[in-house]
Design a protein around this ligand. Structure first.
Ligand code: DX5
Ligand code: ZN
Length: 215
């Protein structure tokens, strides 16, 4: 069954603890924490102090998605603040292998993210070192955008390559425009971890929304 990682970018920041509890109490498997620096993406969200504060009030698994230009400079700080998994973009300025090894040396899981224009094959050289690959199905930067269908072929290519290599524990995550319908398409194409922001936090019935993403 797919796992669900609600993106707290769509939560009420004045009530972050309450909203984190709301999704975790209603079946979420982890929390997706989007970090934006205003340089790698044209938006600014939140950073290390917020992760640190949330860590004090929940034991939830933190799936941290760094949309920042030099992730190797900050990865350790996010690990120390309480991230369980740190993902960063292949399109960033950091050396991929070095950044993976910084995250791993903190004892945390490492993920690599590709934007909509980056081919699936770009992650193949690193696949054996990774715990997660994240395929963006929108241009990173904002919640509430429409799902891009070109992510489906990439999910399929990555899941087939992972299977070929026997990497059965690899998380294949998709992020952007996920709802019950697009989530199903992603699951059919090999995604096993679905990020959803506006669909979950905007729902009248949060439990029903999360349940509909368990495919
Ligand atoms: C976009 C972020 C996403 C975003 C998803 O840059 O990485 O995690 O919050 O939001 P929805 O699910 O509303 O597309
Ligand atoms: Zn994200």
């Amino acid at each position: 069954m797919t796992k669900v990682s609600p993106s707290i970018l769509s939560a009420d920041f004045a009530n972050l603890e309450r909203d984190c509890r709301l999704v975790m109490d209603n079946g979420a498997d982890m929390l997706h924490i989007d970090v934006m620096d205003g340089v790698f993406v044209p938006n600014i969200s939140y950073g290390i102090p917020v992760v640190k504060s949330l860590r004090k009030v929940t034991d939830a698994f933190f799936d941290v998605h760094l949309m920042i230009i030099k992730p190797h400079l900050y990865a350790k700080k996010f690990c120390e603040a309480g991230a369980d998994l740190v993902s960063f973009h292949i399109e960033s300025e950091s050396d991929v292998a070095e950044t993976i090894s910084i995250i791993k040396s903190c004892g945390k899981k490492a993920g690599l993210v590709i934007k909509p224009a980056t081919p699936a094959e770009a992650v193949f050289p690193y696949l054996d070192q990774l715990d997660l690959v994240l395929v963006m199905s929108v241009e990173p930067g904002f919640g509430g955008q429409g799902f891009m269908e070109n992510s489906l072929g990439k999910l399929k290519a990555i899941s087939e390559e992972a299977k070929r290599r026997g990497l059965n524990d690899l998380y294949i995550e998709v992020d952007g425009g996920i709802n019950g319908t697009t989530g199903r398409l992603c699951a059919e194409n090999g995604a096993n971890l679905l990020v959803a922001g506006s669909y979950v936090f905007g729902a009248q019935d949060v439990k029903a929304a999360i349940d509909s993403l368990k495919i």
